[in-house]
Design a binder for this molecule. Sequence first.
Ligand code: CAA
Length: 260
Amino acid sequence: MTYENVILDKEDNLATLYINRPKAMNALNRETLLDIKAVLMDVKNDSDVKTLIITGSGEKAFVAGADIAYMHNLSVSEARAFSQLGQDVFRMIELMEKPVIAAINGFALGGGCELAMACDIRLAAEHAVFGQPEVGLGVIPGYGGTQRLARLVGEGRAKELIFTGDTIKTPEAYRIGLVNHVYPGSELMDQAKKLAGKIARQAPLAVGYSKTAVGKGLQVDIDTGIGMESDLFGMCFATEDQKEGMKAFMEKRKPDFKTK
Ligand code: CAA
């Protein structure tokens, strides 16, 4: 299937989603969000795909935010619906069991920073720029930024970034824990693929259960969280991968996980 505003590339066990509106710095309008949603459904249902990388087309931008040209005349109810659409699509990334890696190749502002934050692991090019500049436009982050930024970098840093609209470069984003790794732009995609490959060699169901345990655990108290963990740990023992993984260890060989 072809999309107007994104490109989906599949190779072996890896899917790569390129947000593809380089002339508008890959800004997110309604159609682009719907394309991302369709890609997420596709990736979720494709048993050959084990990991997804999300990146931006072109050299300059990952995503420079929600599309300001699209938004500028929205009514209150249209704006709320546009916010909810982005929130729902980004939440799909978090709820999908397959790991999603953001390869941040340039500007990740507003909705772009929010998209990156909804991914599981963030790798950034040295030249990337991050921020939530919404207050300078008379609005607030609307795709989960007020919630995820505080969870990722702490309340004080999140409030300062959001209240000032300041942008930060990759080294500072790395320092505050917004990104996991920093690479020269020319190496970013290779490194993202390397990481995706490493994850794809692990037991797929166990990776998915881990994502669920960490993600859902962050929403609840520790006792509920560890309760979910032991349930999921138990469920692993109903899988072929657990049998193969532990048998391979005892036979001193590499496991051959068959689950898709
Ligand atoms: N929406 C729509 N168009 C955008 C855009 C956006 N978020 N960001 C960039 N563009 C467009 C520009 O309008 C310009 O189009 P034209 O060539 O037709 O004029 C084109 O992309 C290139 O942009 P610039 O000429 O501005 O490029 P630059 O290199 O000088 O600056 C930039 C790059 C710093 C990213 C700058 O474009 C910018 O500040 N963009 C807006 C960033 C922003 O405020 N994002 C938050 C949006 S609100 C939001 O995201 C709300 C939410 O949470 C839901």
